[in-house]
Ligand binder design. Sequence first.
Ligand code: SF4
Length: 192
Amino acid sequence: MRELCVEDCERCPELVDSRSRIVDGVGPPDADLLFVGEAPGENEDESGEPFVGRSGTVLDDALRDAGLDRSDVRITNCVRCRPPDNRDPTSEELANCRGYLETEIDRVDPDVIVTLGKVPSQHLLGRDVAVTSEAGDLSDVTIEGKPRRVLVSVHPAATLYDRSQRDTFEETIARAAGFLDDDGGQSRLGEF
Ligand code: SF4
């Protein structure tokens, strides 16, 4: 969907210098699950796709274990350009890119938004979030005047060196998939 693609944006001068390209969301424009990460990293900046590389593999594996495929869900980021040295996006950069994310949420209209890590969780919930202890919690929020359900998750990268985080992550993704079952949402792998 072209209207979900951002072209020629230069609102964040440091990110314009550090990016190779703008990394838009991928996946069905009407997906029932929308995953939101923080920002593109090196692999994402090179490939132009969110959550590739090792973190992407962790996400793909958890989706598969939950009966979903990456192509079933939409994946995007709070900011669409890679920050220098993989630093966190600043509050100004998050604000600059917020409109694009809100437009994506509005057009995709997902049943559940899954926030991957602290930055997107705090960005969409509008408060401090202790991600490890709140992972798997569902919150009702209002985004652009519409009610949305946000499911907090640890970042897949956090699972690479901590098995307990992997379990937490997989349980959260399984819970997200369960909402689709509850809602009679999109088909799951193996059922057709
Ligand atoms: S991060 Fe978003 S707002 Fe900032 S330059 Fe990139 S597309 Fe524009």
